[in-house]
Design a protein around this ligand. Structure first.
Ligand SMILES: Nc1ncnc2c1ncn2[C@@H]1O[C@H](COP(=O)(O)OP(=O)(O)OP(=O)(O)O)[C@@H](O)[C@H]1O
Ligand SMILES: [Mg+2]
Length: 375
């Protein structure tokens, strides 16, 4: 899949911008606060329908304007015509998404068309921060790989919200057993599917992440990635296909936790509580022990593995967005990083230091200044 062209209207600090991209590597250079990350944000929006950093779409509308529009022209097997356009218009509260001028039936249908993997400095949090960052990493990747996973995750989240509301509503009352059993059935049904999707994806992702990690760390360290769940006893191989087992274990756990859940009005087990475990043998869990450099290397290995996972599961490489990540690596890792990523897929790199790319024939150079992009 290739993003050939983008058009922005009143998006962030862009008034009106139209740019055509190289199929290989696109470098956006410029001083701070000129609009480099804003451009990557627009590309990400075309793929996932939301920003990776704005809490609300309102922030995306240019100051003193009513609405923004982002339009991408793309080619690739998933599109009905070549090239196809994806258009996202929003007044900051309501969003409309169009494929070739026709509104999408469900907005979530956007996910999986244009696919992206973003690597930004904030992604170090995947290694060191709360489990939600690692779940989100996996979920955003898998939702782009499979519309079945995407829809199951969406339904699981909806059932979870409703079940929590039910539990809260029962506090201090005589519990409605029939309704509780009905919510449990729903929860288990979708939990099973989500867990199966994660185990399946992780079985493909883990060895690729190890390979990238060895490459970027010059074979010095070996990364192990596994699924961590209170429902999956540590004694078992954590990559074994666990579909049915997961559901049975969750049913038993819900039974065990019933009083606690009814006291707190909260669902206390299931995929929304699971985690990824990242370890380096002899050093232990990266979440606890990783240095800054190790966090960067592991986060990069995971992101590059996601690129390959998407290719493996869909036949299509995602767009790779690298936001200002080069400055974060030492020279040795920087070269390893560039060698590893260049030329795999269409890539968009922002940097304040374009010199290292300027004589590379695979790179198309752009200057970003005050919300304008020049070739
Ligand atoms: N809704 C908006 N309307 C107008 N300008 C905005 C809006 N949102 C952000 N900006 C402006 O966009 C600029 C930031 O752009 P961006 O984050 O893309 O910078 P950058 O080029 O990536 O810089 P850095 O190198 O520091 O990361 C800021 O000047 C900010 O004020
Ligand atoms: Mg930036």
């Amino acid at each position: 899949m290739i993003l050939k062209k983008i058009e922005l209207r009143n998006f962030r600090n862009y008034v009106r911008q139209s740019s055509e991209f190289s199929e290989r590597v696109n470098i956006f250079s410029g001083a701070n606060a000129q609009g480099k990350t804003n451009l990557l944000e627009a590309i990400y929006l075309l793929a996932l329908g939301k920003s990776f950093r704005a809490g609300h779409d309102r922030e995306l509308v240019r100051h003193d304007c009513q609405a923004f529009s982002v339009q991408g022209m793309l080619t690739g097997d998933v599109f009905p015509v070549q090239p196809s356009t994806i258009t996202i218009n929003s007044d900051g509260s309501r969003k409309k998404i169009f494929l070739n001028g026709t509104p999408l039936r469900k907005q979530t249908d956007l996910v999986g068309m244009a696919k992206v993997v973003l690597f930004a400095p904030e992604d170090l949090q995947i290694v060191k921060s709360a489990p939600s960052f690692r779940r989100q990493f996996l979920d955003i990747g898998l939702a782009q790989c499979s519309s079945i996973y995407r829809d199951d995750l969406y339904r699981y989240t909806a059932v979870l919200t409703q079940r929590n509301r039910f539990l809260k509503d029962q506090i201090g009352k005589r519990v409605d057993r029939n309704e509780l059993a009905a919510w449990n059935d729903q929860l288990i049904k979708y939990a099973n599917r989500v867990a199966a999707g994660r185990y399946h994806g992780l079985a493909i992702l883990a060895p690729i992440a190890s390979r990238y990690h060895a490459m970027v760390s010059n074979q010095r360290e070996e990364l192990h990635v596994s699924y961590k769940s209170a429902l999956n006893p540590a004694s078992k191989s954590s990559l074994e296909p666990a579909a049915e087992t997961y559901g049975h274990a969750l049913a038993a756990k819900l039974h065990e936790l019933e009083y606690a859940e009814l006291a707190r009005g909260l669902t206390l087990a299931g995929p929304h509580r699971d985690d990824l475990m990242l370890t380096i043998p002899d050093q232990g869990e990266l979440r606890v022990y990783a240095s800054q450099g190790q966090s960067r290397t592991a986060a990069l290995a995971l992101k590059m593995a996601l690129v390959e996972l998407i290719k493996e599961m869909t036949g299509d490489y995602p767009l790779l967005l690298l936001d200002d990540v080069l400055s974060e690596f030492d020279n040795e890792r920087k070269s390893a990083l560039l060698e590893t990523v260049m030329g795999i897929t269409q890539t968009f790199i922002t940097t304040t230091d374009p010199e290292r790319f300027s004589d590379n024939p695979d790179c198309k150079m752009f200057r970003v200044e005050g919300g304008a992009i020049q070739e």
